[in-house]
Design a protein around this ligand. Structure first.
Ligand code: ATP
Length: 375
C-alpha cells in the first residue's frame, strides 16, 4: 500500500485550458480521501494524473515518497472503479473478477506467449482457473457479498451489484491505491446510501489508500477521513469533514459542504467570548472573531430555533421575521424566513403533533452564538 503525494501539479490542455493550477495533496497510507467539487473543477484530471493516464504539464506525483511521473499507468498498481462499471459483458461475475489476475500471469509468462492464441488461452484459463486464482476471486467476491452470484452474467445484475463486481475486480489485484471516480452516481439514492457503507467497510477492512472523486458533498463528508474541496483547478480547503463543516475557509466551501445562510457583516464589538456582528437587518453575538472588521457571517440552518411571534423567548440572539415558505424534508422541516430583504433558512426536527408555522406568519428566530461562524 502507498501514501500518495501530489506536488505543485499543473495540467494544461491545448495551452488554453488550465485544468489544474498548482494542486498539492498529501494522502496518508490507508486513508480514505475525497476530492469534492462542482463539475469541471479538475477532480477527474487529478485522479487521471495520479493513475498515470494523463501526463502532468508540471509537478510531481509520489507513491510512498517515490516520484512516479515516468512510471506507466500499468506499472503504478492502481485499482480503478468508474461510474460506468466498465464490466466485460461476455464474461460472468467470476470471470470479470478473475480477468486481471489471469492477464497478469500471462504477462509474467506463465502461459503461452503467442498473441494469436491469446484469446483462446485466456478463455480456457478463465473457464478452468487454477486454485490460487479461484481462492483470491472468491475472497474478493465475499468482501462485496456476491459469492453466491459468481456464475451469473453481468447483464443479469442490478446496478449496485455491477458496481460491487467492479469493486471486487479492483480489490482482487491488491492495488497500492484504489481510485474511485463517481462510483455511485448511476445508483438510486437508497442504493447509494447502502453502497457508501459497503465501500467504507471494505476500505477499512482492507486498509487500502483510497481516493474518491465526487461532486456530492453528503457522499464525501459521510465516507472520507479527509476531503479536499476543489474549484477552478485549485484546492480551496483540505480538511476533515468536521473541520470543513464547522470552520469553512471560504463562503464557497461553506456553501458547498452544507446549505448555509451567508451574509455580509461587520464586527462592531469584540467581547470576552467572541464578537458582536452587525448585518444589514440584524445584529448577533458570535463565539468567534476575526482580525478584519468586514467579514462574512455564516449561520447553519440547524443552528437556529423558530417560534411564533407571541411566544415568550429569553435568548441573547433574537431575529424577527416572517415565514415565506415551509417545506417537509423527511424528519426535518425547513422554514424560509424573510428578515428585511434577506432570507434565512432554518431546519429543525419535526416533532409529530407540533404546530407547523404557516406561510406569512410573523416569527422569532433564535441563533446559538456557537453557530454564528465568521469567515
Ligand atoms: P466532472 O465532475 O464534470 O467530471 P471534473 O471536476 O472531474 O468534472 P475534469 O474532468 O477534471 O473536471 O475537467 C477539468 C477541466 O479540464 C474542465 O474545464 C474540462 O473541460 C477540461 N478538460 C478535461 N479533459 C480535457 C481534455 N481532454 N481536453 C481539453 N480539456 C479538458
Amino acid at each position: 500500500m502507498s501514501g500518495v503525494i501530489v506536488k505543485n501539479l499543473v495540467k494544461k490542455y491545448n495551452s488554453d485550458v488550465t485544468a489544474l493550477n498548482n494542486v498539492n495533496i498529501e494522502i496518508k497510507e490507508g486513508e480514505f480521501f475525497a476530492l469534492l467539487g462542482p463539475s469541471g473543477c479538475g477532480k477527474t484530471t487529478t485522479m487521471r494524473c495520479i493513475a498515470g493516464f494523463e501526463t502532468p504539464t508540471s509537478g510531481e506525483i509520489l507513491f510512498n515518497d517515490k516520484v512516479v511521473n515516468k512510471v506507466p499507468a500499468n506499472k503504478r498498481n492502481c485499482g480503478m472503479v468508474f461510474q460506468s462499471y466498465a464490466l466485460f459483458p461476455h464474461y460472468n461475475v467470476f470471470e470479470n473478477v478473475a480477468y486481471g489476475l489471469t492477464i497478469r500471469e500471462f504477462y509474467n509468462g506463465s502461459f503461452g506467449s503467442k498473441i494469436s492464441s491469446f484469446a483462446r488461452l485466456l478463455s480456457r484459463r478463465l473457464a478452468k482457473p487454477p486454485k490460487h486464482i479461484v481462492d483470491k476471486v472468491s475472497e474478493a467476491l465475499d468482501y462485496v457479498e456476491l459469492g453466491h452470484l459468481a456464475e451469473r452474467g453481468t447483464n443479469e445484475l442490478s446496478g449496485g451489484q455491477q458496481q460491487r463486481v467492479a469493486l471486487a475486480r479492483a480489490l482482487v489485484m491488491e492495488p497500492s491505491v484504489l481510485l474511485m471516480d463517481e462510483p455511485l452516481s448511476n445508483l438510486d439514492k437508497k442504493l447509494r446510501n447502502t453502497m457508501r457503507t459497503t465501500i467504507r467497510r471494505i476500505q477499512q477492512d482492507v486498509g487500502i489508500t483510497t481516493i474518491f472523486v465526487t461532486h456530492d458533498q453528503e457522499e464525501a463528508m459521510s465516507m472520507a477521513d479527509r476531503v479536499a474541496v476543489m474549484k477552478d483547478g485549485e484546492i480551496i480547503q483540505n480538511a476533515t469533514p468536521t473541520e470543513l463543516y464547522s470552520n469553512p475557509a471560504t463562503p464557497f466551501v461553506a456553501d458547498f459542504v452544507g446549505s448555509s445562510n451567508i451574509f455580509e457583516g461587520q464586527i462592531v464589538e469584540r467581547t470576552a467570548t467572541g464578537s458582536v456582528v452587525k448585518m444589514e437587518h440584524f445584529t448577533l453575538k458570535s463565539n468567534f472573531s476575526k482580525e478584519h472588521k468586514d467579514i462574512k457571517v455564516l449561520i447553519r440552518p440547524e443552528g437556529m430555533e423558530i417560534y411564533a411571534k407571541d411566544t415568550a423567548v429569553n435568548h441573547e440572539n433574537i431575529i424577527e421575521g416572517k415565514v415565506i415558505m415551509h417545506t417537509y424534508l423527511g424528519p426535518n422541516i425547513r422554514y424560509d424566513v424573510k428578515v428585511g430583504k434577506h432570507e434565512i433558512g432554518i431546519e429543525k426536527i419535526y416533532v409529530p403533533g407540533e404546530r407547523v408555522l404557516t406561510n406569512g406568519e410573523d416569527v422569532k428566530v433564535t441563533v446559538d452564538p456557537e453557530r454564528v461562524l465568521i469567515i
